[in-house]
Design a protein around this ligand. Structure first.
Ligand code: TXA
Ligand code: MG
Length: 317
């Protein structure tokens, strides 16, 4: 059920049930971080391997300090600059965080989401929430309540509605080696913005490298329909007129062709707007029974690098 009633979600979580929660990035599939049954249900419902750990969500830096042993200075700078917001920090955990949350790692991933509904929910709970994105394993992350409902139906009784996710792609995950930021997942905060606050970083996982973070497997975020990055959308359509094509476009471009469905991610070619629209648009085209979905690479600036990371993964077979 999709509901705006926060008390309903509080009750469900207190009983050990799962609730889908809105965040500014994507919807999360949340349960109590201190309830092994709830953690188990999250893995089962998502069909996610238990070697892929969960992000802890809480509402203040004070709370975070209850769950981590220490915060390197660079991490504290990032926390103060970006929380609440789409930043996840990998920090050494305290023993109160169960190993089932971190897949036995001594590091816990933690973030304070920037969404009024979920911040209010977190303030009303006596425990932090663990919440992976609310999609079945390897599917596109949901950016509205209806997508979550489509994925899980009655198996997930409470979906807390918080409208469309403003950022639309996942948080940026940052760990630290000797106080130097290491970017494990490029996300809604650009690498440039991280470096502006915390100095030069290393970007750890790219699609061709060895998978170093469990969830950085390239088979992520993929639509069911064949998804291709093309050099020119218009050329591809012209050269493949027999195919039923879905095109995701950016900026002013006229794709008014028979056999083609197109969705414009941002007429103004604004990358923030494109980010907010990307997953929902991929999902909508995915439901149309097309032969393929095509997209051009985004400009490699700011959040465009994160968007390119996502579409490269989606096109990986
Ligand atoms: O924006 C987001 O971060 C969303 C919203 C719901 O907060 N959550 C999200 O969670 O994207 P999920 O589970 O779909 O992706 C979390 C990523 C995975 O790649 C996981 O492997 C990695 O974070 N991760 C979590 N805990 C970790 C840990 N202790 N060590 C290394 N990687 C970790
Ligand atoms: Mg995910």
């Amino acid at each position: 059920m999709i509901t705006s009633n926060i008390s309903y979600a509080v009750n469900a979580l207190n009983q050990g049930d799962l609730v889908a929660i809105p965040t500014e990035t994507v919807y999360g599939l949340a349960g109590s971080a201190f309830n092994e049954h709830a953690i188990d249900k999250i893995y089962k419902l998502k069909n996610r391997p238990t070697c892929n750990p969960l992000i802890l969500h809480t509402h203040s830096i004070e709370e975070v300090l209850k769950f981590v042993q220490h915060v390197p200075p660079a991490a504290m700078k990032l926390a103060e600059a970006f929380w609440p917001g789409p930043l996840t920090l990998l920090l050494p955990k305290k023993s109160n965080i169960p190993l089932s949350v971190t897949s036995s790692s001594h590091l816990v991933a933690v973030r304070i989401p920037n969404h009024a509904v979920t911040l209010s929910l977190l303030q009303q709970l006596d425990f932090p929430l663990v919440a992976p994105s609310a999609n079945p394993y390897t599917r596109i992350s949901p950016t509205n309540a209806k997508m979550v409902d489509d994925y899980f139906g009655e198996a997930l009784p409470v979906i807390l509605d918080g409208d469309i996710c403003a950022k639309g792609i996942e948080s940026t995950i940052v760990g630290f080696h000797d106080n130097i930021p290491v970017i494990y997942r490029q996300g809604a905060i650009s690498v440039d913005a991280i470096e502006f606050i915390a100095g030069k970083s290393k970007v750890q996982a790219t699609i061709k490298e060895k998978v170093t973070t469990p969830g950085m497997s390239p088979m992520h975020y993929a639509p069911m329909t064949k998804f291709c990055i093309v050099e020119s959308i218009l050329d591809f359509i012209y050269e493949n007129r027999e195919l039923k094509i879905g095109a995701l476009t950016l900026g002013k471009i006229d794709v008014n062709q028979p056999n083609t469905n197109s969705i414009n991610l941002s007429i103004a070619a604004d990358l923030e707007e494109a980010s907010a629209n990307l997953y929902k648009s991929m999902y909508d085209l995915d439901g149309m029974g097309l032969d393929c979905i095509i997209i051009e690479l985004f400009p490699e600036i700011g959040i465009g690098k994160s968007l390119n990371d996502r579409i490269r993964r989606a096109s990986f077979r």
